[in-house]
Design a protein around this ligand. Structure first.
Ligand code: TRP
Length: 394
């Protein structure tokens, strides 16, 4: 399948390396062939997971899936699954990057399942320096990778049930599987799926097989089929379509997927992304309190041109980057979230007040996060498959 072709009305594009235009998620589901996370499936998840049900599921941030019912059937019949998610270290971690990790943390806590995390320093090296991205050396991506892992794992995981695949270190475990995958994927398929061209470097073309490997590694290690659930942003789906296509021919179960929508940027962009000239589009986990305050106070909202108009007509949370933050994580209490949404729509809550309520929440979150991050430093290296060689840790 090609990268999403522009629709007649509103062109948009979603690939693992670029998100452009306003995403029409309904149309994206049609184009990608994914299934909606509908009420029936959500009720099933709620029955399985009990209370509290995670806001990311409850509030539609996770919105589509592949094969989730089949994975749950297996689980309910006594076949445990593993979780797999990952991160490409192209820069510092911001709030949007935490979403799949937050879902994994919750699922691990509720179900006791194992988590495999892939850190793709190879990917970000290979794709750097193209399409406006700055050049990154392998040293850069290695350093960023370890820093990123501290942030991502600080979301909260059981070290004994957490495995890290740091690509350039863990390649010994990944490579035999990546080769099996690569042998079954042609250049014309990767061209069609990712938009590669004849002048694309050959590392990039091979890379999707490295991202497929972690979905199969638990089966290889266990010597039997181990089902796998991959929480990821919708933009990563193209990789896993290929993974799923080759799974059964290779004797592995097709991984199931659950996709989150993109968290919008503070400057009103569709995706919270963090290029050098758009630093105020994202809240980084290392942002000092004053930066949080500045970024939130300048953030794009769904408010009206004047206070008078807003009191009269209400605001539109659906397009608001501040509401998206409340929705994702900063109003875990459903009653509070409902109240924020209601008073936003009615015009009782003005944007200035809403923002000043949010700022201390974000600041506190970042403070607590920094503490948890220090704890992860004590165990991270011991969880990296094939371990860091002497002199490369930290
Ligand atoms: N390619 C992803 C990125 O750029 C990183 C990644 C690797 C990933 N494996 C994954 C993301 C599995 C989600 C699920 O961020």
């Amino acid at each position: 399948m090609t990268p999403v072709p522009p629709s007649e009305k509103e062109p948009f594009k979603v690939t693992p390396w670029a998100v452009e235009g306003r995403i029409d998620y309904g149309r994206l589901q049609e184009l990608f062939g994914t299934s909606p996370l509908d009420d029936e499936l959500l009720s099933r998840l709620r029955r399985l997971l009990g209370e509290p049900f995670h806001p990311l599921l409850e509030r539609g941030i996770y919105l589509s899936h592949r094969d989730l019912p089949r994975l749950l059937d297996g689980y309910e019949r006594g076949t445990p699954f593993v979780l797999y998610t990952g991160r490409g270290p192209s820069g510092e971690i911001h709030l949007a990057h935490l979403i799949p990790f937050e879902l994994c943390s919750y699922l691990q806590r509720k179900l006791g399942v194992e988590l495999w995390v892939q850190l793709t320093d190879d990917e970000k090296f290979l794709f750097s320096g193209r399409a406006g991205r700055s050049e990154l050396s392998l040293k850069d991506t290695y350093r960023l990778g370890r820093e990123n892992l501290l942030d991502l794992l600080a979301v909260g995981f059981d070290p004994k049930r957490t495995h890290v695949l740091f690509d350039t270190l863990s390649i010994r475990s990944l490579y035999p599987i990546a080769l099996e995958v690569a042998k079954r994927v042609t250049f014309s398929t990767t061209k069609a799926v990712f938009g590669f061209r004849n002048d694309t470097n050959i590392g990039s073309i091979f890379f999707t097989s490295v991202q497929s490997a972690p979905a199969f590694l638990p089966s290889v290690r266990a010597g039997r089929p181990v089902p796998c659930l991959i929480p990821c942003g919708v933009d990563q789906d193209p990789h896993f379509r290929l993974t799923r296509d080759v799974a059964e021919p290779l004797g592995y179960p097709k991984p199931a997927l659950i996709h989150n929508r993109m968290l919008p940027g503070l400057l009103g962009e569709e995706k919270m992304s963090s290029s050098a000239d758009r630093q105020d589009n994202a809240i980084f986990l290392s942002d000092p309190p004053a930066d949080v305050e500045r970024k939130v106070s300048h953030a794009f909202t769904g408010g009206r041109a004047s206070i008078e108009e807003q009191r009269r007509l209400g605001a539109n949370p659906e397009v608001c980057s501040v509401w998206a933050l409340w929705r994702s994580r900063f109003a875990p209490d459903p009653a509070e979230f409902a109240e924020i949404t209601r008073t936003c729509r009615s015009g009782e809550l003005l944007c200035g007040e809403c923002k000043s309520r949010l700022v201390p929440r974000v600041q506190r979150f970042l403070r607590e996060h920094a503490e948890r991050r220090r704890e992860v430093d004590a165990w991270l290296d011991s969880r990296i498959e094939d371990g860091p060689p002497p002199g490369r840790g930290g």
